[in-house]
Design a protein around this ligand. Structure first.
Ligand SMILES: CC(C)(COP(=O)(O)OP(=O)(O)OC[C@H]1O[C@@H](n2cnc3c(N)ncnc32)[C@H](O)[C@@H]1OP(=O)(O)O)[C@@H](O)C(=O)NCCC(=O)NCCS
Length: 241
């Protein structure tokens, strides 16, 4: 039950960033920089950036920034990139409302899979996402620094097949018949390797952070293209490429 302050959601603007950064810095040992937030607001057409502000002041003055969520929608996949709630206002359903809004917006845009990475020790976030039906799908070893820690990959699938659950026999068939699929699969694997290399570095420069995001995006785009080829194959049982 939401026992928290009444809140209103709005698109994050650059004028919100002083308040956002305060929450960010209090919430993470490796906080995003202002430049990274600006990159989401200005330079990423796939990114949705939402803030929650208090609407009536039972707990905090009206207008107080309560939390935020940043997510990408790339074709039929939603990736939660950042989420935090003011530390003194947690366990009042604020993150739940933000995640619900993200998933609803994603669903209305045709999203079938939502995924995210979370620190293995972050029991609050793991419980929050599990409550929405996210399931553990794997581990990225040593993904985080300060302290060094694994990431748990969590996935929520809504209906339909995704590449993650596709029949291996169909994938083998498509691989044999479609050179484009094979190319995309190689691109996807190559980007995954590069991202794994990058995540081994202890501290990323701002340029590396930007490169990392671009690679994450390219990887999702490659996966979506592969899923589309498989969809077409299943409809027609033949590949034109
Ligand atoms: C994770 C975080 C966003 C949760 O925000 P929140 O507003 O407190 O979460 P909610 O109140 O909406 O919690 C919803 C449910 O999640 C689970 N949950 C949230 N915090 C929890 C905690 N500390 N321990 C156990 N379960 C927790 C509970 O099931 C909770 O429902 P309940 O309160 O009815 O039991 C917040 O703790 C935070 O900002 N942490 C630091 C940043 C972070 O870790 N972000 C996530 C990165 S992936």
């Amino acid at each position: 039950m939401n026992a928290g302050p009444e809140m209103v959601l709005a698109t994050m603007e650059e004028t919100d960033l002083d308040e956002v950064l305060k929450i960010e810095q209090a919430s993470f040992t490796e906080p995003w920089s202002r430049k990274m937030f600006v990159g989401e607001l200005r330079g990423n057409a796939f990114s949705t950036n939402l803030i929650a502000r208090a609407q009536c002041g039972h707990f905090v003055p009206e207008g107080t920034l309560l939390g935020y969520v940043i997510f990408w929608v790339v074709f039929d996949e939603l990736h939660v990139m950042n989420l935090a709630v003011r530390s003194d206002l947690r366990r009042r359903g604020i993150a739940g409302d933000l995640v619900r809004e993200a998933l609803e917006r994603g669903a209305s845009r045709g999203v079938r899979t939502a995924l995210l990475e979370v620190r293995a020790s972050n029991s609050a976030a793991l419980a929050l996402y599990a409550g929405f039906g996210f399931q553990r799908r794997g581990i990225r070893r040593g993904y985080y620094d300060h302290p060094r820690e694994d990431a748990v990959i969590m996935v929520l699938e809504k209906g339909g097949h995704t590449m993650l659950s596709e029949d291996p026999a169909i994938l083998d068939q498509v691989r044999r018949e479609s050179s484009e699929f094979k190319k995309m699969e190689e691109t996807h694997r190559h980007l995954e390797d590069q991202l794994a290399q990058l995540s081994k570095l202890h501290i990323l420069t701002p340029e590396e952070e930007i490169r990392k995001k671009q690679m994450q995006f390219d990887k999702l785009a490659a996966k979506d293209k592969m899923a589309e080829i498989v969809r077409q194959y299943k409809q027609h049982r033949t590949i034109s490429a």
